[in-house]
Design a protein around this ligand. Structure first.
Ligand code: GEK
Length: 245
């Protein structure tokens, strides 16, 4: 995978960040160097997906990108019959995912949909994964998607949500940011790359606090929830749809 140099040269004009061809070419390098514990996170989510999947239902991977999480799920499901739908609104991302599925032993079990996650109907799900994607929706649209996920889930099903977060307490928020930039620097990003990417993501990636997430999830019906992994300004949640009334 090519090295991410998208923001390494000084840009006169910083355009809002998009998942275009240039980003897709370096996506794995970019995400591994920008999201702490990314590999661990998708591996455990794939294991959780396999643990909660019910035969005859669907796994939804919303904002599936080039298939890192989806291919981990295929691996974890081994030979068991299953069905997965991946949705992403970036054509180059889905193109990369399609290429990786060519000749894959699970290709026939994976359906890829090029669309906005807000427009795709969801049904008969035992697992829904939204890994680092809710944060890209306008704030006012997030609740409707979470409600749609809750309604699509079978009792006993899970919603796995991972997001970049902010902290309502300014000192703790500052600490989270400080350690996040330290992480990026340790991974070889220059000050220029860090600040240009931050500017490109402004108004594109809009993080919520953990409390805002919990409040939204509760208001959509989820009662049993946990943060199963957290690293400063990143949090991974598991939300269980209860069995019965
Ligand atoms: C992974 N989950 O590797 N509708 C559909 N897709 C969208 C939308 C939308 N409204 N908004 C953004 N995307 C992946 C990583 S990346 C996270 C997810 C990141 C898509 C976008 O095209 C991109 O592929 C993905 O969400 C976000 O497990 O790079 O920070």
């Amino acid at each position: 995978m090519a090295q991410d140099k998208v923001f390494s040269e000084k840009k006169e004009l910083i355009e809002p960040f998009t998942f275009n061809e240039q980003v897709v070419r370096v996506f794995d390098d970019m995400i591994c160097r920008s999201v702490p514990l990314y590999r661990e996170n998708i591996r455990r989510q794939a294991q959780l997906a396999a643990r909660f999947y019910k035969a005859g239902t669907v796994v939804y991977d919303l904002g599936c990108s080039n298939g890192n999480t989806g291919l981990n799920i295929c691996h974890e499901m081994d030979q068991a019959p299953f069905s997965m739908v991946g949705v992403d609104n970036s054509a180059p991302m889905l193109g990369a995912y399609r290429q990786r599925l060519e000749g894959h032993f699970r290709a026939k079990d994976v359906t890829l949909i090029l669309d906005d996650v807000r427009s795709v109907p969801l049904e008969n799900a035992s697992v829904v994964i939204v890994n680092l994607t809710l944060q890209f929706l306008p704030r006012e649209d997030r609740k409707e998607l979470v409600r749609k996920i809750y309604e699509a889930l079978q009792p006993g099903g899970i919603f796995l949500l991972t997001e970049k977060i902010i902290h309502e307490e300014p000192l703790l928020d500052g600490l989270q940011q400080e350690f996040y930039y330290r992480f990026k620097k340790e991974n070889g990003y220059s000050q220029l790359e860090i600040s240009q990417k931050r500017e490109a993501l402004e108004n594109v990636l809009i993080p919520d606090t953990l409390d805002e997430h919990f409040e939204r999830l509760r208001s959509c019906g989820f009662k049993k929830m946990d943060v199963w992994m957290k690293w400063f300004n990143f949090a991974s949640l598991i939300c269980l749809k209860e069995n019965g009334p």
